[in-house]
Design a protein around this ligand. Sequence first.
Ligand SMILES: *Cc1c(COP(=O)(O)O)cnc(C)c1O
Length: 499
Amino acid sequence: MKFISTRGLGATDKSQAMDSAEAIIRGLAPDGGLYVPEELPRVPADFAAQLAELDYARRARRVLSLFLTDYTEEEIAGCIDRAYSGKFDDGRIAPVKQVGDKSVLELWHGPTSAFKDMALQLLPQLLSTALKKTGEKNRVLILVATSGDTGKAALAGFADVDQTKICVFYPDGGVSDIQRLQMATQKGENVAVLAIKGNFDDAQTGVKKIFGDEAAAKELAETGVQLSSANSINWGRLVPQIVYYFSAYADLIAAGRIKAGDTVDFTVPTGNFGNILAGFYARQMGLPVGKLVCASNANNVLTDFIQTGYYDRRREFFKTISPSMDILVSSNLERLLYHLTGDPARVAAWMKELNETGGYDAGENMLARLANYFWAGWVDDAKTLETIKAVYEEYGYVLDTHTAVAWAVAEAYRSKTRSDRPMVIVSTASPYKFSSSVLEALGEKAAGKDAFAQLEALEEKNPVKAPVGLAGLKGLPVLHKTVVEKADMMKAVKEFAGK
Ligand SMILES: *Cc1c(COP(=O)(O)O)cnc(C)c1O
Protein backbone atom coordinates (compact mmCIF):
# COMPACT_ATOMS: atom_id res chain seq x y z
CA MET A 1 0.00 0.00 0.00
CA LYS A 2 1.25 3.45 -0.95
CA PHE A 3 0.76 6.74 0.86
CA ILE A 4 0.09 10.08 -0.77
CA SER A 5 -0.30 13.64 0.48
CA THR A 6 -3.67 15.22 1.31
CA ARG A 7 -2.46 18.14 -0.82
CA GLY A 8 -1.81 16.03 -3.89
CA LEU A 9 1.84 14.96 -3.94
CA GLY A 10 1.96 11.38 -5.19
CA ALA A 11 -1.65 11.31 -6.40
CA THR A 12 -0.86 11.66 -10.10
CA ASP A 13 2.95 11.34 -10.08
CA LYS A 14 3.14 7.84 -8.59
CA SER A 15 6.91 8.11 -8.12
CA GLN A 16 6.09 10.50 -5.26
CA ALA A 17 3.84 7.98 -3.48
CA MET A 18 5.57 6.52 -0.43
CA ASP A 19 5.73 3.17 1.32
CA SER A 20 4.49 3.34 4.90
CA ALA A 21 8.06 3.11 6.29
CA GLU A 22 9.03 6.24 4.36
CA ALA A 23 5.82 8.06 5.31
CA ILE A 24 6.53 7.28 8.98
CA ILE A 25 10.13 8.53 8.77
CA ARG A 26 9.10 11.73 7.00
CA GLY A 27 6.07 12.58 9.17
CA LEU A 28 4.85 15.48 7.06
CA ALA A 29 4.70 15.30 3.25
CA PRO A 30 7.06 17.69 1.40
CA ASP A 31 4.10 19.74 0.07
CA GLY A 32 2.94 20.44 3.63
CA GLY A 33 0.11 17.89 3.51
CA LEU A 34 -0.44 14.78 5.63
CA TYR A 35 0.12 11.23 4.42
CA VAL A 36 -2.99 9.17 3.76
CA PRO A 37 -3.38 5.67 2.31
CA GLU A 38 -3.95 5.81 -1.43
CA GLU A 39 -6.87 3.46 -0.95
CA LEU A 40 -8.45 2.13 2.24
CA PRO A 41 -8.41 -1.64 2.72
CA ARG A 42 -11.81 -3.36 3.13
CA VAL A 43 -12.21 -6.17 5.62
CA PRO A 44 -14.47 -9.20 5.11
CA ALA A 45 -17.86 -9.22 6.87
CA ASP A 46 -16.72 -11.71 9.52
CA PHE A 47 -13.45 -9.89 10.32
CA ALA A 48 -14.54 -8.53 13.72
CA ALA A 49 -16.02 -11.90 14.67
CA GLN A 50 -12.65 -13.51 13.91
CA LEU A 51 -10.91 -10.94 16.10
CA ALA A 52 -13.22 -11.76 19.00
CA GLU A 53 -11.20 -14.91 19.63
CA LEU A 54 -7.81 -13.17 19.62
CA ASP A 55 -5.87 -11.17 22.22
CA TYR A 56 -5.06 -7.49 21.63
CA ALA A 57 -1.62 -8.13 20.15
CA ARG A 58 -3.05 -10.52 17.57
CA ARG A 59 -5.90 -8.16 16.75
CA ALA A 60 -3.32 -5.42 16.22
CA ARG A 61 -1.31 -7.64 13.88
CA ARG A 62 -4.37 -8.34 11.75
CA VAL A 63 -5.25 -4.65 11.39
CA LEU A 64 -1.74 -3.23 11.00
CA SER A 65 -0.75 -5.71 8.33
CA LEU A 66 -3.52 -4.30 6.11
CA PHE A 67 -1.78 -0.91 6.07
CA LEU A 68 1.93 -1.64 6.61
CA THR A 69 2.29 -3.88 3.59
CA ASP A 70 6.00 -3.05 3.28
CA TYR A 71 6.68 -4.49 6.76
CA THR A 72 7.01 -8.26 7.15
CA GLU A 73 4.63 -10.13 9.47
CA GLU A 74 7.60 -10.72 11.82
CA GLU A 75 8.48 -7.03 11.87
CA ILE A 76 4.90 -6.07 12.70
CA ALA A 77 4.61 -8.71 15.41
CA GLY A 78 7.94 -7.60 16.93
CA CYS A 79 6.89 -3.94 17.01
CA ILE A 80 3.59 -4.81 18.68
CA ASP A 81 5.23 -7.01 21.32
CA ARG A 82 7.80 -4.39 22.25
CA ALA A 83 5.09 -1.71 22.40
CA TYR A 84 2.46 -3.41 24.49
CA SER A 85 3.72 -6.48 26.30
CA GLY A 86 4.51 -5.94 29.97
CA LYS A 87 3.99 -2.19 29.78
CA PHE A 88 0.25 -2.00 30.42
CA ASP A 89 -1.41 -2.54 33.79
CA ASP A 90 -4.26 -4.54 32.21
CA GLY A 91 -3.43 -7.61 30.13
CA ARG A 92 -6.34 -6.83 27.81
CA ILE A 93 -4.51 -3.55 26.88
CA ALA A 94 -7.73 -1.73 25.91
CA PRO A 95 -10.51 -3.30 28.00
CA VAL A 96 -14.20 -2.48 27.59
CA LYS A 97 -16.17 -1.96 30.82
CA GLN A 98 -19.93 -1.92 31.03
CA VAL A 99 -21.24 1.14 32.89
CA GLY A 100 -25.04 1.32 32.92
CA ASP A 101 -26.22 1.01 29.32
CA LYS A 102 -22.94 2.26 27.89
CA SER A 103 -19.66 0.51 27.14
CA VAL A 104 -16.51 2.35 28.18
CA LEU A 105 -13.38 1.63 26.14
CA GLU A 106 -10.51 2.30 28.57
CA LEU A 107 -7.47 3.49 26.64
CA TRP A 108 -5.42 4.52 29.66
CA HIS A 109 -3.78 1.37 30.96
CA GLY A 110 -0.39 2.27 29.47
CA PRO A 111 2.69 3.67 31.21
CA THR A 112 1.45 7.29 31.41
CA SER A 113 -2.23 6.55 32.14
CA ALA A 114 -3.61 8.34 29.08
CA PHE A 115 -4.64 7.29 25.60
CA LYS A 116 -1.58 8.80 23.89
CA ASP A 117 0.29 5.66 25.03
CA MET A 118 -1.74 3.53 22.61
CA ALA A 119 0.03 5.26 19.72
CA LEU A 120 3.23 6.52 21.32
CA GLN A 121 4.25 3.06 22.49
CA LEU A 122 4.00 1.73 18.94
CA LEU A 123 5.21 4.68 16.82
CA PRO A 124 8.85 4.49 18.05
CA GLN A 125 8.96 0.78 17.21
CA LEU A 126 7.51 1.38 13.74
CA LEU A 127 9.99 4.21 13.20
CA SER A 128 13.03 2.30 14.40
CA THR A 129 12.07 -0.65 12.17
CA ALA A 130 11.48 1.74 9.26
CA LEU A 131 15.03 3.13 9.65
CA LYS A 132 16.48 -0.38 9.50
CA LYS A 133 14.32 -1.39 6.53
CA THR A 134 15.18 1.64 4.44
CA GLY A 135 18.90 1.44 5.24
CA GLU A 136 18.83 4.85 6.90
CA LYS A 137 22.05 5.18 8.88
CA ASN A 138 21.31 8.49 10.61
CA ARG A 139 19.92 8.57 14.11
CA VAL A 140 16.59 10.30 14.40
CA LEU A 141 16.33 12.93 17.11
CA ILE A 142 12.74 13.53 18.15
CA LEU A 143 12.00 17.03 19.45
CA VAL A 144 8.87 17.61 21.51
CA ALA A 145 7.46 20.76 23.07
CA THR A 146 4.89 19.75 25.66
CA SER A 147 2.37 21.28 27.98
CA GLY A 148 2.55 18.05 29.97
CA ASP A 149 1.02 14.84 28.69
CA THR A 150 2.47 14.28 25.25
CA GLY A 151 6.02 14.78 26.52
CA LYS A 152 5.86 11.94 28.99
CA ALA A 153 4.06 9.59 26.61
CA ALA A 154 6.70 10.25 23.95
CA LEU A 155 9.55 9.76 26.46
CA ALA A 156 8.07 6.46 27.62
CA GLY A 157 7.71 5.30 24.02
CA PHE A 158 11.14 6.34 22.75
CA ALA A 159 13.29 5.51 25.80
CA ASP A 160 16.09 3.15 24.71
CA VAL A 161 14.63 2.53 21.23
CA ASP A 162 17.40 1.79 18.67
CA GLN A 163 18.66 4.58 16.44
CA THR A 164 16.48 7.22 18.13
CA LYS A 165 17.01 10.00 20.65
CA ILE A 166 14.36 12.17 22.24
CA CYS A 167 14.55 15.66 23.67
CA VAL A 168 11.51 17.13 25.45
CA PHE A 169 11.05 20.79 26.38
CA TYR A 170 8.45 21.85 28.92
CA PRO A 171 7.66 25.24 30.46
CA ASP A 172 9.36 25.58 33.87
CA GLY A 173 6.55 25.99 36.41
CA GLY A 174 3.96 25.46 33.67
CA VAL A 175 3.05 21.80 34.20
CA SER A 176 1.47 20.00 37.17
CA ASP A 177 3.71 18.45 39.86
CA ILE A 178 2.82 14.96 38.69
CA GLN A 179 3.54 15.82 35.06
CA ARG A 180 6.89 17.34 36.01
CA LEU A 181 7.84 14.29 38.08
CA GLN A 182 6.71 11.93 35.31
CA MET A 183 9.18 13.59 32.94
CA ALA A 184 12.00 14.41 35.35
CA THR A 185 12.26 10.79 36.52
CA GLN A 186 12.37 9.31 33.00
CA LYS A 187 15.08 6.68 32.58
CA GLY A 188 16.85 5.88 29.31
CA GLU A 189 20.23 6.41 27.67
CA ASN A 190 18.75 8.36 24.77
CA VAL A 191 16.49 10.86 26.55
CA ALA A 192 16.85 14.53 27.50
CA VAL A 193 14.24 16.49 29.46
CA LEU A 194 14.71 20.23 29.67
CA ALA A 195 12.64 22.87 31.45
CA ILE A 196 12.69 26.21 29.69
CA LYS A 197 12.28 29.66 31.19
CA GLY A 198 9.08 30.58 29.43
CA ASN A 199 5.57 29.28 28.76
CA PHE A 200 4.32 26.50 26.46
CA ASP A 201 4.12 28.81 23.46
CA ASP A 202 7.78 29.73 23.97
CA ALA A 203 8.68 26.03 24.03
CA GLN A 204 6.66 25.34 20.89
CA THR A 205 7.98 28.39 19.05
CA GLY A 206 11.53 27.37 19.98
CA VAL A 207 11.04 23.84 18.66
CA LYS A 208 9.46 25.11 15.43
CA LYS A 209 12.41 27.45 14.98
CA ILE A 210 14.85 24.56 15.34
CA PHE A 211 12.89 22.53 12.76
CA GLY A 212 12.98 25.47 10.35
CA ASP A 213 16.72 26.13 10.70
CA GLU A 214 18.36 24.67 7.59
CA ALA A 215 21.91 25.49 8.63
CA ALA A 216 21.42 23.64 11.89
CA ALA A 217 19.85 20.68 10.05
CA LYS A 218 22.95 20.48 7.86
CA GLU A 219 25.27 20.68 10.83
CA LEU A 220 23.34 17.92 12.62
CA ALA A 221 23.27 15.76 9.48
CA GLU A 222 27.08 15.92 9.39
CA THR A 223 27.12 14.28 12.81
CA GLY A 224 24.65 11.62 11.59
CA VAL A 225 21.54 13.05 13.24
CA GLN A 226 18.23 13.90 11.58
CA LEU A 227 15.45 15.79 13.36
CA SER A 228 11.89 14.52 13.49
CA SER A 229 8.70 15.04 15.46
CA ALA A 230 6.32 12.67 17.23
CA ASN A 231 3.23 14.81 16.90
CA SER A 232 -0.12 13.43 16.04
CA ILE A 233 0.00 14.07 12.31
CA ASN A 234 2.46 11.20 11.75
CA TRP A 235 0.78 8.23 10.06
CA GLY A 236 2.61 5.98 12.52
CA ARG A 237 0.64 7.58 15.34
CA LEU A 238 -2.69 7.24 13.64
CA VAL A 239 -2.58 3.63 12.48
CA PRO A 240 -2.26 2.10 16.00
CA GLN A 241 -5.50 3.86 16.93
CA ILE A 242 -7.56 2.09 14.28
CA VAL A 243 -6.94 -1.20 16.09
CA TYR A 244 -8.89 -0.39 19.24
CA TYR A 245 -12.12 0.41 17.40
CA PHE A 246 -12.06 -3.11 15.97
CA SER A 247 -10.95 -4.48 19.32
CA ALA A 248 -13.82 -2.81 21.20
CA TYR A 249 -16.33 -4.16 18.70
CA ALA A 250 -14.80 -7.64 18.97
CA ASP A 251 -15.07 -7.45 22.77
CA LEU A 252 -18.75 -6.56 22.53
CA ILE A 253 -19.31 -9.64 20.38
CA ALA A 254 -17.29 -11.80 22.77
CA ALA A 255 -19.33 -10.51 25.72
CA GLY A 256 -22.57 -11.29 23.89
CA ARG A 257 -23.68 -7.65 23.98
CA ILE A 258 -23.98 -7.45 20.19
CA LYS A 259 -24.15 -9.87 17.28
CA ALA A 260 -21.55 -9.60 14.51
CA GLY A 261 -22.88 -7.04 12.02
CA ASP A 262 -24.83 -4.92 14.55
CA THR A 263 -24.28 -1.19 14.24
CA VAL A 264 -22.51 0.53 17.14
CA ASP A 265 -21.98 4.25 17.86
CA PHE A 266 -18.80 5.66 19.40
CA THR A 267 -18.42 8.95 21.28
CA VAL A 268 -14.92 10.38 21.27
CA PRO A 269 -13.54 13.26 23.39
CA THR A 270 -11.80 15.21 20.66
CA GLY A 271 -8.94 17.68 20.36
CA ASN A 272 -6.62 17.26 17.41
CA PHE A 273 -9.10 14.88 15.67
CA GLY A 274 -6.66 11.94 15.62
CA ASN A 275 -8.62 9.54 17.80
CA ILE A 276 -12.00 10.03 16.11
CA LEU A 277 -10.38 9.95 12.65
CA ALA A 278 -9.13 6.44 13.44
CA GLY A 279 -12.79 5.53 14.07
CA PHE A 280 -13.69 6.95 10.67
CA TYR A 281 -11.02 4.75 9.07
CA ALA A 282 -12.38 1.69 10.88
CA ARG A 283 -15.87 2.51 9.55
CA GLN A 284 -14.58 2.97 5.98
CA MET A 285 -12.83 -0.38 6.23
CA GLY A 286 -16.15 -2.05 6.97
CA LEU A 287 -16.57 -2.00 10.76
CA PRO A 288 -20.31 -1.49 11.42
CA VAL A 289 -20.04 1.95 13.01
CA GLY A 290 -23.18 4.10 13.04
CA LYS A 291 -22.32 7.61 14.16
CA LEU A 292 -19.02 8.91 15.43
CA VAL A 293 -20.03 11.46 18.04
CA CYS A 294 -17.46 14.26 18.30
CA ALA A 295 -17.38 15.62 21.87
CA SER A 296 -15.75 18.95 22.67
CA ASN A 297 -15.33 21.26 25.65
CA ALA A 298 -15.83 25.04 25.52
CA ASN A 299 -13.27 25.16 22.70
CA ASN A 300 -16.08 24.03 20.42
CA VAL A 301 -14.66 24.82 16.99
CA LEU A 302 -15.34 21.25 15.78
CA THR A 303 -18.94 21.28 17.00
CA ASP A 304 -19.54 24.39 14.94
CA PHE A 305 -17.76 22.91 11.93
CA ILE A 306 -19.75 19.69 11.94
CA GLN A 307 -23.01 21.62 12.46
CA THR A 308 -22.41 24.40 9.91
CA GLY A 309 -19.59 23.38 7.54
CA TYR A 310 -17.76 26.56 8.49
CA TYR A 311 -14.40 26.27 10.27
CA ASP A 312 -13.50 29.36 12.25
CA ARG A 313 -10.55 29.54 14.59
CA ARG A 314 -11.02 33.26 15.22
CA ARG A 315 -12.55 32.92 18.64
CA GLU A 316 -11.69 33.09 22.29
CA PHE A 317 -9.42 30.31 23.61
CA PHE A 318 -10.58 28.77 26.90
CA LYS A 319 -8.43 26.98 29.47
CA THR A 320 -10.69 24.17 30.66
CA ILE A 321 -10.50 21.25 33.10
CA SER A 322 -10.13 18.93 30.08
CA PRO A 323 -6.88 20.53 28.88
CA SER A 324 -5.92 17.89 26.31
CA MET A 325 -8.89 19.08 24.25
CA ASP A 326 -8.05 22.78 24.47
CA ILE A 327 -7.28 23.20 20.78
CA LEU A 328 -8.46 25.60 18.08
CA VAL A 329 -6.82 24.01 15.03
CA SER A 330 -7.40 20.26 14.74
CA SER A 331 -4.64 19.15 12.37
CA ASN A 332 -6.02 15.73 11.52
CA LEU A 333 -9.24 17.21 10.16
CA GLU A 334 -7.28 17.76 6.96
CA ARG A 335 -7.22 14.00 6.40
CA LEU A 336 -10.99 13.77 6.78
CA LEU A 337 -11.51 16.60 4.28
CA TYR A 338 -9.33 14.71 1.83
CA HIS A 339 -11.25 11.46 2.22
CA LEU A 340 -14.65 13.14 1.97
CA THR A 341 -13.78 15.08 -1.20
CA GLY A 342 -11.00 13.08 -2.87
CA ASP A 343 -9.92 16.50 -4.10
CA PRO A 344 -6.43 17.50 -2.91
CA ALA A 345 -6.52 20.88 -4.70
CA ARG A 346 -9.64 21.82 -2.74
CA VAL A 347 -8.08 20.64 0.54
CA ALA A 348 -4.93 22.66 -0.14
CA ALA A 349 -7.03 25.75 -0.85
CA TRP A 350 -9.01 25.40 2.40
CA MET A 351 -5.80 24.95 4.40
CA LYS A 352 -4.32 28.02 2.75
CA GLU A 353 -7.42 30.01 3.63
CA LEU A 354 -7.31 28.75 7.21
CA ASN A 355 -3.71 29.84 7.45
CA GLU A 356 -4.25 33.25 5.92
CA THR A 357 -7.66 34.25 7.26
CA GLY A 358 -8.33 31.91 10.20
CA GLY A 359 -11.26 30.08 8.61
CA TYR A 360 -12.90 28.48 5.58
CA ASP A 361 -16.37 27.48 4.43
CA ALA A 362 -16.46 23.85 3.32
CA GLY A 363 -19.92 24.26 1.77
CA GLU A 364 -23.24 22.43 1.67
CA ASN A 365 -21.96 19.24 0.08
CA MET A 366 -19.41 18.79 2.83
CA LEU A 367 -22.02 19.50 5.47
CA ALA A 368 -24.22 16.71 4.12
CA ARG A 369 -21.30 14.29 3.97
CA LEU A 370 -20.21 15.12 7.51
CA ALA A 371 -23.74 14.45 8.75
CA ASN A 372 -23.53 10.93 7.34
CA TYR A 373 -20.73 9.99 9.68
CA PHE A 374 -20.63 12.46 12.57
CA TRP A 375 -22.75 14.08 15.23
CA ALA A 376 -21.19 16.81 17.37
CA GLY A 377 -21.78 18.48 20.71
CA TRP A 378 -19.96 20.25 23.51
CA VAL A 379 -20.27 20.86 27.24
CA ASP A 380 -18.71 23.37 29.63
CA ASP A 381 -16.71 22.67 32.80
CA ALA A 382 -19.74 22.87 35.10
CA LYS A 383 -21.56 20.17 33.11
CA THR A 384 -18.37 18.08 33.05
CA LEU A 385 -18.11 18.13 36.85
CA GLU A 386 -21.82 17.40 37.21
CA THR A 387 -21.45 14.39 34.90
CA ILE A 388 -18.54 12.94 36.92
CA LYS A 389 -20.65 13.22 40.07
CA ALA A 390 -23.81 11.78 38.51
CA VAL A 391 -22.04 8.77 36.96
CA TYR A 392 -20.19 8.09 40.22
CA GLU A 393 -23.37 8.27 42.27
CA GLU A 394 -25.32 6.04 39.94
CA TYR A 395 -22.69 3.44 39.00
CA GLY A 396 -19.69 3.88 41.34
CA TYR A 397 -17.52 4.42 38.25
CA VAL A 398 -15.12 7.38 38.20
CA LEU A 399 -14.69 9.22 34.89
CA ASP A 400 -11.83 11.59 34.15
CA THR A 401 -12.70 15.07 32.89
CA HIS A 402 -12.20 14.29 29.18
CA THR A 403 -14.24 11.13 29.28
CA ALA A 404 -16.96 12.98 31.22
CA VAL A 405 -17.25 15.43 28.31
CA ALA A 406 -17.82 12.44 26.03
CA TRP A 407 -20.38 10.90 28.39
CA ALA A 408 -22.40 14.12 28.59
CA VAL A 409 -22.35 14.63 24.81
CA ALA A 410 -23.34 10.99 24.25
CA GLU A 411 -26.40 11.53 26.44
CA ALA A 412 -27.32 14.65 24.47
CA TYR A 413 -26.91 12.73 21.21
CA ARG A 414 -29.15 9.94 22.41
CA SER A 415 -31.89 12.20 23.63
CA LYS A 416 -31.83 14.42 20.51
CA THR A 417 -31.69 11.61 17.96
CA ARG A 418 -33.54 8.92 19.98
CA SER A 419 -30.81 6.48 18.96
CA ASP A 420 -31.01 3.19 20.82
CA ARG A 421 -27.90 1.71 19.24
CA PRO A 422 -25.19 0.37 21.56
CA MET A 423 -22.85 3.22 22.55
CA VAL A 424 -19.13 2.97 23.21
CA ILE A 425 -17.63 5.87 25.17
CA VAL A 426 -13.97 6.20 24.28
CA SER A 427 -12.23 6.88 27.60
CA THR A 428 -8.95 8.74 27.17
CA ALA A 429 -7.46 9.19 30.63
CA SER A 430 -7.37 7.65 34.08
CA PRO A 431 -9.30 9.84 36.55
CA TYR A 432 -6.14 9.85 38.71
CA LYS A 433 -4.42 11.89 36.05
CA PHE A 434 -6.84 14.73 36.77
CA SER A 435 -7.35 14.09 40.49
CA SER A 436 -7.92 17.64 41.57
CA SER A 437 -10.87 18.31 39.21
CA VAL A 438 -12.28 14.84 39.81
CA LEU A 439 -12.13 15.30 43.61
CA GLU A 440 -13.84 18.65 43.25
CA ALA A 441 -16.60 16.99 41.22
CA LEU A 442 -17.08 14.38 43.92
CA GLY A 443 -17.39 17.08 46.57
CA GLU A 444 -13.98 16.46 48.15
CA LYS A 445 -11.48 19.16 48.96
CA ALA A 446 -8.41 19.02 46.72
CA ALA A 447 -7.06 22.48 47.50
CA GLY A 448 -3.99 22.48 49.72
CA LYS A 449 -3.30 18.79 49.13
CA ASP A 450 -0.17 17.83 47.23
CA ALA A 451 -0.47 15.60 44.18
CA PHE A 452 0.12 12.35 46.09
CA ALA A 453 -2.35 13.26 48.83
CA GLN A 454 -4.88 13.86 46.05
CA LEU A 455 -4.25 10.38 44.62
CA GLU A 456 -4.83 8.91 48.07
CA ALA A 457 -8.00 10.93 48.58
CA LEU A 458 -9.36 9.72 45.25
CA GLU A 459 -8.41 6.11 46.08
CA GLU A 460 -10.77 6.30 49.04
CA LYS A 461 -13.66 6.95 46.66
CA ASN A 462 -12.68 4.89 43.65
CA PRO A 463 -12.81 1.09 43.74
CA VAL A 464 -10.02 1.17 41.10
CA LYS A 465 -6.57 1.80 42.61
CA ALA A 466 -4.25 4.57 41.40
CA PRO A 467 -1.99 3.43 38.53
CA VAL A 468 1.53 2.50 39.66
CA GLY A 469 2.93 4.85 37.02
CA LEU A 470 1.51 7.76 39.03
CA ALA A 471 1.53 6.55 42.65
CA GLY A 472 5.01 5.02 42.16
CA LEU A 473 6.52 8.38 41.25
CA LYS A 474 6.81 9.23 44.91
CA GLY A 475 10.42 8.66 45.89
CA LEU A 476 11.79 7.99 42.37
CA PRO A 477 15.12 9.74 41.76
CA VAL A 478 14.88 12.98 39.76
CA LEU A 479 17.26 12.49 36.81
CA HIS A 480 16.61 15.68 34.84
CA LYS A 481 17.03 19.06 36.51
CA THR A 482 18.34 21.34 33.78
CA VAL A 483 16.57 24.63 33.14
CA VAL A 484 17.55 26.52 29.97
CA GLU A 485 16.85 30.01 28.64
CA LYS A 486 14.57 29.94 25.58
CA ALA A 487 17.38 31.50 23.57
CA ASP A 488 19.56 28.46 24.35
CA MET A 489 17.26 25.70 23.11
CA MET A 490 19.20 25.18 19.89
CA LYS A 491 22.48 24.99 21.80
CA ALA A 492 20.99 22.38 24.13
CA VAL A 493 19.76 20.29 21.18
CA LYS A 494 23.17 20.36 19.50
CA GLU A 495 24.91 19.34 22.71
CA PHE A 496 22.51 16.47 23.25
CA ALA A 497 22.76 15.38 19.60
CA GLY A 498 26.54 15.15 19.93
CA LYS A 499 26.42 12.88 22.96
C1 LIG B 1 -4.91 13.91 23.33
C2 LIG B 1 -6.11 13.69 24.17
C3 LIG B 1 -7.42 13.85 23.68
C4 LIG B 1 -7.71 14.33 22.27
O1 LIG B 1 -7.39 13.38 21.30
P1 LIG B 1 -7.19 13.82 19.76
O2 LIG B 1 -6.71 12.62 19.06
O3 LIG B 1 -6.16 14.93 19.79
O4 LIG B 1 -8.51 14.30 19.28
C5 LIG B 1 -8.49 13.58 24.53
N1 LIG B 1 -8.28 13.19 25.80
C6 LIG B 1 -7.05 13.03 26.32
C7 LIG B 1 -6.90 12.62 27.74
C8 LIG B 1 -5.92 13.25 25.52
O5 LIG B 1 -4.70 13.09 26.05
